[in-house]
Design a protein around this ligand. Sequence first.
Ligand code: HEM
Length: 407
Amino acid sequence: MTSIAMLDPSLPSRFADGSAYEVFARLRSEAPVHYCAESRFGPFWSISLYDDIVEIESKPQLFSSEAKHGGVSIIDVDPAASAYFESFIMMDPPHHTGKRRVIAPAFNPSEMARLSQSIRDRTSAKLDALPRGETFDWVSTVSIDLTIDMLAILFDFPWEERHKLRLWSDAITSLDMIANRPEERVAHLFAMASRFHELWQERSAAAPGSDLLSMMIHSNDLAQMDAAEFMGNMATLIVGGNDTTRNSMSGMVEAFSLWPEEWDKLCANPEIIPNAASEIIRWQCPAIHMRRTALEDVEFRGHQIRKGDKLVLWYISANRQEDVFPDGDRFLVDRQNARRHLSFGYGIHRCVGARLAELQIQILLEEMIKRNMRVSLAGPVDREPHPFLAIVNSAPVMTMFKSSSII
Ligand code: HEM
């Protein structure tokens, strides 16, 4: 067994084959604040306990999200890169505060109520059109379409061009492109910025609307952005609004296939659907970690952290911490404290789109139950070796009626 001192929890393969859970169980018990001196992402501290993550996220004045210090992922932002990003997710107060405030009303309860019927209509149409009597890929048939359509609605993006949002989202997050095809990735990012710039110009001349672009145009804090910030904010909204919810919808079919009795429980008690949505997000943990950078030398739990050190806050670990979530590897739709998960982060950057993500998953579950549907895996789930996002590439499934006949 690798000695704890030599352990590199960030190895991407761990997140594809599921071995990360054992590694983090070991870190929680042997070295909850752990230093990895060498990795493909450089040296970093691993913070793997729930309360420690909460404490670090509560102190943005000491532990920064700023792009210029490296940003919010173990993969450093490179200020010299041609596609350099700045985004409000990678800003500390005071800059972060006003910018988040511009976006937040798009996710308030009245907006959620307004959007819910269109989410239900699209979800229903998608489920009614599913292939019958054959194996199909849940990710490309259901999760991707539902979340890309949602994103297009949020931006009021031209409907017939919405497939581009997927292309750009995948390019932003692809480790393969970052490492091996940077020019191709940069080309996608510039195409994204250029198309959004055209829409920005068009909407600037129009009356204020309720879409995200219009909200930014008619605000004090986001109306003027330089190229790096414009690209970064679009990228944050695209990845935030799409990948994470997509991967929750994909992860849930694996969870219900591993524990089919949980689906029975949900069908018998549909009132626990909101709790089940939280449990899906806890168990799948779509954002595996967030990262902060120390702004000063500081002692933390007996360890000397130096100014400039990278701290990786492993949500995937906190979400399965034994004394917070007993039997945390187990997926339980009626888990009492499922909502306490850290998948949305904590503190001033806590996910601004959390309600929308939950709503989309809840409606998907409701509409599946209404149709007496059961979805079961028909082959192995393919997960991306990625230390930042829990990406499900494909999930072959069969759908069945309650009566067990294949539809
Ligand atoms: C299950 C789905 C989702 C998960 C797991 C998730 C996770 C996260 C996490 C971990 C953060 C950073 C928290 C931190 O640093 O403490 C975040 C921030 C953010 N998320 Fe989400 N997210 C999801 C869905 C969404 C959706 C649907 C949107 C809508 C567009 C969205 C937009 C954002 C934005 C704009 C931020 C930056 C907030 C800030 O810096 O103040 N997310 N999200």
